[in-house]
Design a protein around this ligand. Structure first.
Ligand code: AMP
Ligand code: MG
Length: 414
């Protein structure tokens, strides 16, 4: 049996970045940019006031209590018409263009309006100030033609604003992978039904769709397929039209475990079957088609905790790579055991556990009571998976262990 690392390397070797598509700017947040974006304007596009106040000649207001004649008022969106010379000022609002002749803006808080018979006057107490004070010069932030967002960037919500300022209404992004999920098993019924003799609810299908969506993929649930060849052939053939096909169940050693046979009949090339891992040992992986990116086919274990662990260790990294991310392998967080733990398995184990982040940023983890790969409710009491190498070993409280978070660590601060 191959190791977790070997299996993941094989998955990633067969995975390449998805093609780029053009997308309206309103829908690109969270997607990966597939082109360099340049600005078609200088930013700011004109010399502009950074505060509300008075545009002046800096050299003219060095002395306290300087009184100037106000020649006009300029709001944002207006074009100044009057020249500012020594002895004169223009009242100006944040974002308005600086009038000709002026080279600084005194904020309104440093001025007092003075009324005179037929003239508007303002007294300025600015203290020493240099040209450029409270002014952002044209092109000072960004020049036309500069790259404002680089290819490969995962677009943040704020980048939608950057794209708008750069004059883009659409942009090329890496297409989110299309993932099909099919759950195999004669015993499966949908979640809204009461299971009868020997039946169980299909937890994997909806869970795998949700996991795929959490990895920003576009997931489709193909539903439940019974364990007979015609049904499986039909469902798998449909799933092979997607970028990724996630099958659950039917890959172990039972007589009704027909998935490997069906995949073989549909010309899916097996890359590996079985990984030295607990839970998740039955994992089957192969590829279909010869294009630039063949369909990735994962035969995930029927037992839901095995499915979950295989998704996190193998499927999520592949989805990340398809979306152009560079760090795709999940990094284990450092934690210390809160209490003693006994690990006994011939395979490396990911056990459902609860981790808490202390005020000193130290993470303390405790595995939850868990009956193995079929016990998904244990995951419902957990927020991470704690990693234990294979062996028969007693771990004392305080021993360091690696954890794979299933939630955001910040939500588990004490
Ligand atoms: P299999 O690999 O098909 O033999 O399934 C292994 C175990 O997982 C069996 O107990 C199945 O009943 C269970 N199982 C299979 N598929 C699902 C599913 N979609 N949801 C929950 N449990 C499942
Ligand atoms: Mg089955």
């Amino acid at each position: 049996m191959i190791s977790i690392d070997q299996a993941r390397s094989l998955v990633l070797q067969n995975t390449s970045r998805a093609a780029a598509v053009r997308q309206a700017v309103a829908r690109v947040a969270d997607l990966v940019l597939a082109e360099d974006v340049t600005s078609d304007v200088d930013s700011p596009p004109f010399d502009k006031a950074l505060v509300d106040g008075y545009a002046v000649v800096a050299a003219d207001v060095q002395q306290p209590a300087r009184v100037l004649e106000v020649v006009e008022r300029v709001h944002a969106g207006q074009t100044p018409r009057r020249l500012v010379t020594p002895g004169r000022a223009a009242q100006i609002m944040t974002g308005a263009p600086i009038p000709q002749g002026a080279d600084a803006v005194v904020m309104v808080e440093q001025t007092v309006e003075r009324s005179a018979a037929d003239r508007r006057l303002v007294q300025v107490d600015a203290g020493p100030l240099s040209p450029g004070h409270n002014v952002l010069l044209r092109g000072q932030a960004t020049r036309r033609g500069d790259i404002v967002l680089a290819k490969g960037r995962r677009l943040l919500a704020s980048d939608v604003g950057v794209l708008c300022e750069a004059g883009r209404s659409s942009v090329r992004v890496v297409r989110p992978p299309r993932v099909a999920v099919a759950s195999t098993g004669d015993e499966l019924v949908a979640a809204d039904l009461i299971p009868h003799d020997g039946q169980i609810r299909n937890s994997n299908g909806p869970m795998l769709c949700a996991l795929a969506r959490s990895a920003r993929a576009d997931a489709s649930d193909l539903g439940i397929a019974r364990d007979d060849l015609p049904t499986l052939l039909k469902t798998v053939a449909r799933g092979l039209q997607f970028d990724v096909l996630l099958l659950s169940g039917g890959v172990s050693a039972g007589t009704r475990d027909l998935v490997p046979r069906v995949l073989h009949e549909l010309a899916v090339t097996q890359i590996f079957h079985k990984v030295c891992l607990k839970p998740g040992k039955p994992l089957w992986f192969g590829t279909y088609g010869r294009g630039r990116q063949p369909t990735l086919v994962f035969g995930l274990p029927g037992n839901p905790v095995g499915s979950l662990v295989c998704f996190e260790l193998f499927v999520r990294p592949a989805l990340r790579k398809m979306q152009g991310q560079t760090r795709v392998v999940p990094a284990l967080g450092q934690a210390r055991l809160g209490g003693p733990y006994h690990q006994q398995s011939d395979r490396p184990t990911y056990a459902p556990a609860v981790a808490k982040v202390g005020q000193d940023d130290q993470v303390v983890v405790d595995p939850v009571r868990w009956q193995g790969s079929a016990d998904l409710f244990a995951v419902g009491r957990a927020n991470c998976l704690a990693f234990f190498p294979s062996g028969d070993e007693h771990y004392a409280a305080g021993r360091p262990v690696g954890i794979l978070w299933l939630d955001e660590p910040d939500r588990w601060r004490l």
